[in-house]
Write a protein that binds this ligand. Structure first.
Ligand SMILES: *Cc1c(COP(=O)(O)O)cnc(C)c1O
Ligand SMILES: [Zn+2]
Length: 442
């Protein structure tokens, strides 16, 4: 194909402009500062600290403007200069730019005024925020020459990796704990990857995967590609800032599993300030965990600066990481921003799922129920000011964790295909509703 024809049929593969040149410069150890080339590396050879992507912020401030971002694709790739890929044609399956919803009915119910829901329950293609990190990781995996991709997953990551690998034509083998929800397993198998259901918890799955990564030369999105993968979560910070009209909120509430997402929302906000896209603001960061797996919340409560691993036992399986890799960084962010980290029990999580559904029409999974329940707890404890512009991050979809709400929601009224049968059922339903209502009064 000639050059001219090529750029006609693929308008996005034109010559390199400053916006599409590489803006990241390599990897740096978060602990000792040692620098490395941008390869498939994730731990420092000197101190075993985690590696993070470095950017050239002076180039970034020259190439990014609000206008250019607004004119970009309706996906995470509108922020491409802030993401660690060099490709002009990243894997774009429509990930990102999910709704930021003003949640007035939920706010009123809780007793606050300015509440927003960032709704990644409808993220593309697999209905969780993990599509963001995987879109970035698999684009980088291709650039680094990997042909097989893999992950250690609590469920959503396996869905995402399998789906986006299918789209990109990459071989895929994912590892999950054997006891995951049916929807999460089915939502992986449909893309025909190899699925290893490990008889153990996530932390054991993760340990096994670290060994496989060393021997098989695969690209593990959350292990040897972790520095690139985790950067994808910054887009949850970028989008909220853009959707609020290029300003930062006062307070955010987000779920914590490894703690990575939490830290990257923080990094995303700070980068927007650094390059002059938004004004500086002291945003408070509050984290949500399930009581049955709350090592970070426990450390926060006890004033510790280290996280003691726990054995998970909760219905919130997607955030059940007993030994969180970025736990200490999450603790530090919550403390220095005057935020909080709270835990709620499984009953409160289910109530959180129902509350969000009934007030806002959003059906979230257990992780989202955890976030809403913690939001409620923080408001009740006076730890969120009613006037603060607060954003709650909903990270996954309720259709994947139907087990959690089975038996605690109503049932359909079965009727004959006759008008009088319908009328009788409607009367019965109204009477029940009235009784319900009277009960809430006493
Ligand atoms: C993975 C996951 C999280 C948290 O991810 P971390 O970055 O590991 O803290 C939150 N919510 C859902 C639904 C997830 O799948
Ligand atoms: Zn180091």
């Amino acid at each position: 194909m000639t050059q001219a024809l090529e750029s006609l049929t693929h308008p996005q593969t034109q010559t390199r402009t400053p916006e599409t040149a590489a803006t990241f410069t390599g990897l740096r150890c978060k602990e000792c500062g040692a620098e490395y080339e941008a390869k498939a590396l994730h731990v420092c050879e000197l101190c075993f600290g985690p590696l993070e992507v470095m950017y050239d912020y002076s180039t970034l401030s020259q190439v990014v403007t609000r206008k250019r971002i607004e004119a970009g694709p309706k996906s995470i790739w509108r922020y491409r200069p802030f993401l660690p890929v060099t490709s002009d044609t990243p894997i774009d399956v429509g990930t990102g730019m999910t709704p930021l919803l003003k949640a007035n009915r939920l706010a009123r119910r809780l007793g606050i005024k300015n509440l927003y829901i960032k709704n990644d329950a409808v993220n593309m293609p697999t209905l969780s925020f993990k599509d963001r990190v995987v879109s970035v990781a698999l684009t980088r995996a291709q650039e680094l020459g990997f042909t097989t991709v893999s992950c250690a997953s609590t469920g959503n990551l396996a869905n995402s990796t399998a789906a986006i690998a299918a789209h990109a034509g990459l071989d895929c083998c994912v590892f999950i704990p054997a006891d995951l929800e049916a929807g999460k397993v089915l939502g992986t198998l449909i893309y025909s990857p190899t699925v290893m259901a490990v008889q153990g918890n996530y932390d054991q799955v993760n340990r096994l995967c670290s060994e496989v990564a060393n021997t098989h030369g695969w690209g593990f999105v959350n292990i040897n590609l972790r520095p690139y993968y985790s950067e994808g979560s910054k887009t949850l910070g970028f989008e909220v800032a853009e959707q609020l009209g290029w300003q930062l909120p006062d307070h955010i509430v987000a779920p914590l599993a490894s703690g990575s997402l939490f830290g990257k929302i923080y990094k995303g906000f700070n980068e927007f300030v650094k390059v002059g896209l938004v004004e500086e603001k002291a945003v408070r960061f509050s984290g949500a965990q399930a009581e049955g797996c709350s090592p970070i919340a426990q450390a926060f409560e006890e004033g510790r600066d280290f996280v003691t691993p726990v054995k998970p036992n909760t219905i919130a399986k997607s955030i059940a990481i007993g030994n969180p890799a970025d736990g200490v960084y999450a603790l530090d962010i919550a403390r220095k921003t005057n935020g909080n980290i709270e835990a709620v029990n499984d009953t409160e999580i289910v109530e959180g799922i129902k509350l969000l559904a009934e007030t806002e029409g959003i059906f979230t999974e257990t992780a989202g129920g955890t976030t809403i329940a913690v939001l409620k707890k923080l408001v009740e404890a006076g730890k969120i000011d009613p006037d603060e512009t607060t954003v709650a991050y909903i990270t996954g979809n309720g259709l994947k964790t139907q087990e959690a709400v089975q038996g605690v929601i109503g049932e359909p009224l079965t009727i004959d295909p006759k008008l009088d049968s319908f009328e009788r059922a409607l009367d019965r339903a109204r009477t029940l509703e009235r009784l319900d209502w009277q009960q809430t009064l006493v």
